[in-house]
Design a protein around this ligand. Structure first.
Ligand code: NAD
Length: 367
């Protein structure tokens, strides 16, 4: 009998690609997903149907759901999450953190032989990360001040007011999440590692950078630069980028992330470790918007300006720790943009895009 892998949030973007890759390797797939309205409008997406997966519409906040879902499971990918920047703070913890506690609670209570838990965290846990001042001293800035952002002073300054240089996130540096999403993910990480070690449940923490590729739901327009830029480019409305567009991000292709997921699931060297999963290149957001414009052949102007107080100036991860296990990102931003555009058009999203809403949206952010 083939081994069963449970994927929570498996109807989503990363979960469905992870399911397809595991299925191709002969695993049986069980998906638990509540088909969150913001992502799926309550329906199983077509790409997940008729593949022989066990599809369970249920909520990871409910303990009985875990009790059933974990039966006979070899490995778990816990990807279901609430992701946004809205002020319903408690929902981040009930969905992201309480669900993680329930996962370990049920495994421990029933003494289940789960061999591997992969937890989907985010580079968001680093907050603004680490910088160096002109004397080469490392410091960890707080969120930029609202007064500076209002005045268009985007750069992070050193404590003495001088210039500061960003250094890519490394797994062993201090973390400083700047919003409820990041806080809920970091709390889940700590819990997963602690409970995993205490109860002997091999656990791997993945801090993904911005993942790109087909199946990223365009319904949830509030996060994900690519889906917003493409929606705007194809609707012929201005492509809106926060700040001066020079903020740095790193974008990683979904197939590279899937390869990382499968690698750590099997690797004993990855047990109880935290890994950055990143695209390997620091990209100014405006360059990303320009690439979208060029690939879609859009005449939309790129409009800069505005900000969100909890956005970090730069967010680029160093993935050398994962690369030491033999992983390497293969796809660049052009591949990701092109395949997403093809999928978006094939699904007909460009015909139903909410043009008025798109005009008001700003992008340049990450999950
Ligand atoms: N996509 C990215 O750029 C990115 C970056 C960093 C981290 N992550 C993390 O990776 C994971 C997968 O992200 P994604 O991009 O595939 O998101 P997604 O929104 O496409 O998928 C998440 C899925 O979780 C489901 N879900 C949400 N709440 C649920 C609940 N209470 N019970 C059951 N199911 C629920 C949704 O219906 C959805 O299908 C998430 O944990 C996310 O935080 C993603």
């Amino acid at each position: 009998m083939s081994k069963t892998v449970l994927i929570t949030g498996g109807a989503g973007f990363l979960g469905s690609h992870t399911a397809d890759a595991l299925s191709a390797k002969g695993y049986s797939i069980r998906i638990v997903d509540n088909l969150q309205g913001e992502v799926h409008a309550g329906k199983w997406p077509r790409y997940i149907q008729r593949k022989g997966y066990e599809l369970v519409r249920a909520d990871v906040r409910d303990k009985p759901v875990w009790e059933k879902a974990l039966k006979g499971v070899e490995a778990v990918f816990h990807l279901a999450a609430y992701q946004d920047q809205r002020p319903d703070f408690s929902r981040f913890y009930t969905t992201n953190t309480v669900s993680t506690a329930l996962l370990y609670e049920v495994i421990a209570e029933k003494n289940l032989p789960v061999r591997s838990v992969v937890y989907a965290s985010s580079q968001f846990v680093y907050g603004d990360g680490a910088y160096q001042d002109s004397a080469g001293r490392t410091f960890f800035p707080e969120l930029r001040r609202e007064a500076d952002l209002k005045a268009g002073r985007w750069a992070v300054r050193a404590p003495d007011g001088g210039e500061a240089v960003f250094t890519p996130f490394r797994e062993d540096q201090p973390v400083q999440p700047t919003n409820s999403y990041g806080l809920s993910k970091y709390a889940s990480e700590m819990m997963a590692l602690r409970l995993g070690k205490t109860y002997g449940i091999p656990t791997k923490i993945m801090r993904y950078s911005i993942i790109q590729g087909p199946r990223q739901s365009p319904r949830n327009l509030y996060s994900g630069a690519l889906r917003i830029f493409i929606s705007q480019a194809l609707a012929g409305v201005p492509i809106t980028v926060y700040e001066d567009g020079r903020q740095l991000r790193d974008f990683v292709n979904v197939h590279d992330v899937v390869a990382a997921n499968l690698l750590v699931m099997k690797s004993r060297k990855a047990d109880f470790q935290v890994f950055n999963v990143s695209g390997g290149r620091a990209v100014p957001v405006v360059e990303f918007a320009e690439a979208v414009k060029s690939i879609t052949g859009s005449a939309s102007p790129i409009v800069l300006g505005g900000y969100r107080h909890t956005d970090t100036r730069n967010a680029v991860s160093d993935s050398s720790k994962l690369q030491a296990l033999g992983w390497k990102p293969k796809a660049g931003i052009t591949d990701s943009i092109r395949t997403y555009v093809e999928w978006y058009m094939a699904e007909g999203f460009h015909k139903t895009a909410p043009v008025e809403q798109l005009k008001a949206l700003k992008a340049g952010i990450r999950k």
